[in-house]
Design a protein around this ligand. Structure first.
Ligand SMILES: NC(=O)c1ccc[n+]([C@@H]2O[C@H](COP(=O)([O-])OP(=O)(O)OC[C@H]3O[C@@H](n4cnc5c(N)ncnc54)[C@H](OP(=O)(O)O)[C@@H]3O)[C@@H](O)[C@H]2O)c1
Length: 297
């Protein structure tokens, strides 16, 4: 029996990890939300980890507002950098393996090919810089760790219910003409797929950085096209625009595609294409909507 502690267990990724691990008998889970343990509070972290003594800590909690982070730098660093340091410190003291979820936004996007794990990071916004700082704390304090960098997460659960697919569908329900950025490319990744891979990583005996994403590359525009087509919204048109035209608070890398190079080296099966993830997401979304209607009736 492996004791697994999950931070951010009510977040988009965290809640799917909890779902995935609950399917198996070999895990004893400790689910932790900000109400149970604020990771910026060193004493709370010490108490929670000393009490539950997990074998592994999966750290998904974080400040994830990429644009807002430009205005709330201090809070973003307190959570993503210092909070991660607090956890890594007690993982070292208590001999706990740490799995830290990080991001494609540690890169500047200037590379012309997908980024491999050994490429030097160079973030261009506050969120990416704070997540990289978190990575550095993990690497400095621990030897038994996995840093999992992922990208463009889409999940059905979690407190806020916000993600790119939902943004596109809700905008399309109000407007027939959308404008979506076409000069940023990445790899959309579905949290139910990533959660399965994280479960698999619990039995992988290797440390270091791992890039884990769904397969396939697209721009936000191409992604939104597929969302609209698969949802059969025939009256909606989408105009491709540039990042300059979109004007957001945070700069984003033009290329944030992650090559899953270490998984390939270790012959670990890769995640399916993002289009497969999108189809599955839309299928599950329909089921969820149908079940909430029948619960309400
Ligand atoms: N979303 C993406 O596209 C993406 C891409 C690459 C990597 N990642 C990384 O993947 C991880 C999971 O992302 P997600 O999208 O699932 O995030 P999410 O839904 O925003 O969940 C993050 C969780 O962390 C909690 N949290 C915030 N501050 C905390 C604190 N001080 N102490 C304890 N918990 C705190 C949040 O609680 P509240 O909601 O109550 O604040 C929330 O439950 C994050 O580390 C993120 O950086 C995300």
């Amino acid at each position: 029996m492996q004791r697994v502690f999950i931070t951010g267990s009510d977040g988009m990724l965290g809640s799917d990890i909890v779902r995935e691990l609950r399917k198996k008998k070999e895990y004893q889970l400790v689910c932790s939300t900000i109400a149970d343990m604020d990771i910026t509070d060193l004493r709370a972290v010490m108490n929670a980890l000393a009490r539950s003594r997990p074998d592994v800590l999966i750290h998904t909690a974080g400040y994830t507002g990429v644009d807002l982070a430009q205005r709330e730098q201090e809070l973003c660093f307190a959570i993503n950098a210092e909070g991660t340091k607090n956890l890594a410190f007690f993982c070292r003291e208590l001999d706990i393996q740490m799995i830290y979820i990080s991001t494609d936004y540690v890169f500047d996007g200037k590379k012309k090919k997908p980024y491999v794990e050994t490429d030097p990071p160079h973030p261009i916004n506050t969120y990416g810089t704070s997540k990289l700082k978190g990575e550095e704390h993990v690497q400095t304090l621990l030897t038994n760790y996995k840093i999992i960098r992922t990208s463009w997460l889409i999940g059905l659960h979690g407190l806020h219910g916000k993600n790119f697919v939902e943004t596109i569908l809700s905008t399309a329900s109000r407007k027939s003409r959308l404008s979506v950025v076409n000069d940023q490319i990445g790899k959309p990744t579905f949290t139910f797929h990533l959660a399965q891979q994280i479960e698999l990583m619990l039995s992988v005996n290797a440390s270091g950085i791992f890039h884990i994403t769904n397969d396939g590359i697209c721009s936000w525009y191409e992604f939104s096209r597929r969302i609209i087509d698969l949802s059969q919204l025939r009256n909606v048109t989408i105009k491709p625009i540039t990042s300059k035209e979109f004007r957001s608070l945070a700069k984003r890398p033009a290329n944030s595609t992650l090559e899953n190079a270490r998984l390939q080296e270790l012959k670990i099966p890769l995640l399916p294409h993002w289009e497969e993830g999108l189809k599955e997401y839309l299928r599950r979304r329909k089921l969820k909507a149908a079940s909430s209607v029948s619960e309400g009736s």
